[in-house]
Design a protein around this ligand. Structure first.
Ligand SMILES: Nc1ncnc2c1ncn2[C@@H]1O[C@H](COP(=O)(O)OP(=O)(O)OP(=O)(O)O)[C@@H](O)[C@H]1O
Length: 314
């Protein structure tokens, strides 16, 4: 993917990290054969064969993950008061049980009445926030070693990656998409998670209330997903490139879908047509021309004959 949407000749294939609202996807060319056929993708794109690892985690998109976190905190609190360690200290909001449990990714407890109003209060506690976010995942691999998370097989990440959608937005808000070191990213997220509601409003005066509320949660979630989920580390962190666009085009699953569909149009030359021997092509053309001329002459003769016989009858 360098300026042109063409297959690269002997160039490195970039991996893709997509964080949508409902799901997250990882795709890359692994260095080892993919052991689990459910996660291996073979396809031919513009004349080149690719063998990739790809998996989509439903409910682990940014919006749904944040909802799962709030639901987990609610269920841990066993009251209508929810302390949220990732919301800035001093931030408060109300929402109903029905609003919280409005998606298949969060299952409402049978005891919860939909109309009950829950009061969410931010405590701005970075350590507790990190722990709460990690509890959304199951990091044990079981029989599926090596794995990503929730027991899903994943070979070790390899090569350069483009990270877009929610990955880009959550870190761009904190000015962390310019190739900053992992230490700086960690420190910046810790700092924002440690801030009060007044402090975040002063730091980002033009940001919306939702952006300010979710700045810590979204960035903490992004980092946990990349490091503990997809298993990036200090060595491979610089291989992640946070982008919104490639060659002035917004990247996301819609672009991938479009590329996959346009792939139906072959980029290779049509060998069957171009490789027809020249002399056969000339002979066929001449034969066709002769047949056309003969047909024209025959038609003219038939018309002439019909007209003559008509006059004779008169
Ligand atoms: N301009 C933006 N600024 C800040 N955050 C954004 C912006 N656009 C999207 N996001 C956040 O990034 C996440 C992913 O956004 P995206 O538009 O890719 O979601 P989507 O297309 O609805 O997801 P899905 O692919 O799962 O259907 C969302 O949770 C959203 O909150």
């Amino acid at each position: 993917m360098e300026e042109k949407w063409e297959h690269p000749q002997d160039t490195e294939v970039l991996g893709a990290l997509d964080l949508g609202g409902a799901s997250t996807q990882i795709t890359f060319q692994p260095g080892v054969p993919v052991e689990d056929r459910n996660t291996s993708v073979f396809f031919r794109l513009y004349g080149t064969n690719y063998s990739l690892y790809s998996h989509s985690y439903l409910c682990y998109g940014q919006s749904q993950a944040l909802k799962m976190l709030l639901a987990a905190l609610h269920q841990a609190s066993s009251s209508a008061q929810i302390s949220h360690p990732c919301y800035p200290q001093g931030y408060q909001e109300n929402l109903t049980v029905a609003e919280l449990y409005d998606s298949p990714c969060v299952r409402a407890p049978s005891s919860a009445s939909p109309g009950l109003v829950l009061r969410v209060t931010g405590t701005g506690d970075p350590a507790a926030c990190g722990t709460a976010v990690q509890r959304l995942f199951n990091f044990s691999c079981g029989a599926q070693w090596p794995c990503g998370f929730n027991g899903v097989y994943q070979p070790p990440v390899r090569g350069q990656f483009l990270a877009f959608s929610g990955f880009y937005h959550s870190l761009h808000f904190l000015n962390l998409t310019g190739g900053q070191s992992l230490s700086l990213v960690n420190a910046t997220i810790w700092q924002i998670c440690n801030s009060s509601w007044e402090q975040v409003q002063e730091l980002f005066p033009t940001a919306s209330r939702t952006q300010l509320r979710d700045a810590c949660t979204a960035s903490s979630y992004t980092l946990t997903l990349l490091l503990q989920g997809y298993k990036f580390n200090y060595t491979t962190w610089p291989n992640i490139h946070f982008v919104q666009q490639v060659a002035n085009v917004d990247v996301g699953w819609t672009l991938g879908c479009m590329l996959n569909l346009t792939n139906i149009i072959p980029s290779e030359p049509l060998t069957a047509v171009t490789e027809l021997p020249r002399n056969i092509w000339i002979a066929a053309t001449v034969l066709l021309a002769i047949m056309l001329i003969l047909s024209f002459c025959l038609l003219t003769a038939m018309c002439y004959q019909r007209n003559s016989s008509g006059y004779e009858q008169l």
